[in-house]
Design a protein around this ligand. Structure first.
Ligand SMILES: NC(=O)c1ccc[n+]([C@@H]2O[C@H](COP(=O)([O-])OP(=O)(O)OC[C@H]3O[C@@H](n4cnc5c(N)ncnc54)[C@H](O)[C@@H]3O)[C@@H](O)[C@H]2O)c1
Ligand SMILES: CC(C)[C@H](C(=O)O)[C@@H](O)C(=O)O
Ligand SMILES: [Mg+2]
Length: 368
């Protein structure tokens, strides 16, 4: 088999800082496990705009289509807030997701034992938590037409359109049912069918796919606002959640805090299986470029590291190595290594981004 290829897009703000730690881990796998990757690196987001005048150059887009997997840090930042909207760093990321057709965004929220008493919720509410949010990623209000800011009489009107086709709903529902079968066999679908026609269609299509193809999976439906409440009240009632693009964005940031920090949540964005049986894929932490801490060595690299673990599992058939990396992260946390976002006590000295990376590498060494 040829050497698997990885395109790394560190992006902006803390993106390059957390990705630096992942690069060390990729090197570790090459040196210590004989798992070599052909790694290339390119620009996306604000840094691509600074160099090329666009947040995603066509050449970068073409490279992303060719490689076995893309790893992305984060994009955006306040220095780009005055840009023409179509040039914003975030548009580069949305183009990547859309053109690669990465419709199923897996956002697992797992509470490591060592962090159970750190969460803002009670320990028994989060301890042992392991849920998976499947967010539809290439449609809905993020992409629906018409959109824009228009003039209506004397005032401006901002327009976005929530739009879903049956096939878009059905394919992400199948991804979620398949995952549910491999996990706790339970799926909860969230929308707002009480006020939105797209929500009514969402509920109908998920129900049809369930009856026709996955009757063995336990399916429930919930309005997304009630779902947000239930996620903070008793999150362990859920196994897999499937929801649309916007609700999934909100609910996954909420779920991040069940695990202790936004700096803990990884994600995998997957398309349909290709000829080689693997999906097109992009892996990225759920968090953004964190301008408030960028450049200070404070960022938690774990979300980005766990995103690479997801790449090992979903793109490279290396489930055992993904387990190894996740266990290394678990050990680091159990040993008390904490970046600033995982510390409450005044006076406790936080680990820097690179010290957290050192600790994960040491735990990987110890696993051999
Ligand atoms: N996938 C992405 O690239 C992505 C995701 C979300 C936001 N963004 C962009 O990032 C920029 C900043 O957005 P924001 O401030 O609303 O969200 P953010 O996720 O960047 O930060 C929110 C808060 O969480 C903290 N945080 C985030 N990641 C952290 C980490 N790894 N370690 C420690 N603390 C961390 C930040 O310091 C901040 O206080 C915006 O331009 C936004 O559009 C990009
Ligand atoms: C940066 C932005 C486009 C993105 C989104 O809204 O999807 C982010 O918030 C995320 O969660 O990945
Ligand atoms: Mg988000």
């Amino acid at each position: 088999m040829s050497t698997p290829s990885l395109l790394i897009l560190p992006g902006d703000g803390i993106g390059p800082e957390v990705m630096q730690q992942v690069r060390r881990i990729i090197d570790w796998y090459g040196d210590k496990r004989g798992l070599k990757f052909e790694v290339s690196e390119d620009l996306v987001g604000g840094c691509a705009y600074d160099k090329h005048g666009t947040p995603l150059h066509d050449d970068t887009m073409a490279k992303a289509q060719e490689v076995d997997a893309v790893l992305l840090g984060a994009v955006g930042g306040p220095q780009y807030d005055t840009l023409d909207f179509s040039l914003k760093p975030e548009r580069g990321l949305l183009r990547l997701r859309k053109e690669m057709d990465l419709y199923a965004n897996l956002r697992p929220a797992q509470c490591f034992d060592a962090l159970a008493d750190f969460s803002s919720l009670k320990t028994d509410v989060v301890s042992g938590l392991d849920i998976m949010i499947v967010r539809e990623l290439t449609s809905g209000v993020y992409f629906g037409e018409p959109r824009g800011v228009i003039k209506e009489g004397n005032e401006r009107v901002g327009i976005n359109t929530q739009r879903y086709t049956e096939s878009e709903i059905a394919r992400v529902a199948r991804s979620a049912f398949e995952l549910a079968r491999k996990r706790g066999n339970k799926l909860c679908s969230m929308e707002k069918a009480n006020v939105m026609e797209s929500g009514v269609l969402w509920r109908d299509v998920v129900t049809e796919v369930h009856q026709a193809e996955y009757p063995d999976v336990e399916l429930s439906h919930m309005y997304a606002d009630a779902g947000a409440m239930q996620l903070t009240r008793w999150p362990k009632q859920f196994d897999v959640i499937v929801t649309d693009n916007l609700f999934g964005d909100l609910l996954s940031d909420l779920a991040a805090m069940l695990t202790g920090s936004l700096g803990m949540l990884p994600s995998a964005s997957l398309g349909a299986p290709m000829e080689n049986g693997r999906p097109k894929a992009l892996y990225e932490p759920v968090h953004g470029s964190a301008p408030d801490i960028a450049g200070q060595g404070k960022a938690n690299p774990i979300a980005c590291i766990l995103s690479f673990a997801m790449a090992l599992r979903y793109s490279f058939d290396q489930g055992a190595e993904a387990d190894r990396l996740e266990k290394a992260v678990e050990k680091v946390l159990a040993d008390g290594v904490r970046t600033a976002d995982l510390l409450q006590a005044e006076g406790a000295k936080p680990a820097s981004t690179s010290e957290a990376g050192d600790a994960v590498l040491a735990a990987l060494d110890a696993s051999l």
